[in-house]
Unconditional design. Sequence first.
Length: 226
Amino acid sequence: MGKAKQSNRRSFTPAYKENAVGLAKELGNASAASRLLGISQSLLRSWIIASQLNQRSGLGLAAALEDKERMAKLERQVKALEEENTILKKSNGPLRSGPPEPRYAFIQKHRQEWSVMRMCKVLQVSKSGFYAWVNIPEALYEPELPAEIVAFQKQTHQVYGHRRLLPEMKSKGHKCSKNKILRILREENIRGKIRKIRPYSKVPKSDAQVIPNSLGRKFEVDSPNQ
């Protein structure tokens, strides 16, 4: 993925806008003032109109522009909340839990309607994870793998952990990794059973049968090879 492009949009302070309007009035020509300032004529005219409207209401241009920017910010926030609410309704709620693949598929389907960043925020997945999923070859995406693992664990009474499951799943033709199997086990709430090791004691039991030394071997000798 390439780096995000930086926005070239210029920002102007209220004082700059007031000076621009004053220059346009002094020259008597908004077109000439916009060329001198290096801004578009339509932008300068919008500042002039805002100044005229607010002079009639008794407000200064700076205060009027601040109110306008504040209202625009509130409108953007309201629009964002409305979009998030619509995304939640369309995703039917359950998509916010469980494996991320269905949420990635939802984002891919609706990416022309809403921004990927907003959908990732609402559905609680990372944007990098979504793009990684988009770039995964179709052959590596196996939606039947979780069901295969669950069935295998039931068959083997859950004695397999994620390390032992990896070669078993690969032998069945699945292309997966140890981390992927571990994630599926956690999502399905399956834990491998650890075999209990019986303690070994060298102390003989009181009722143990003593085998007599029928060979009569002698381990203490006077000379070698005896």
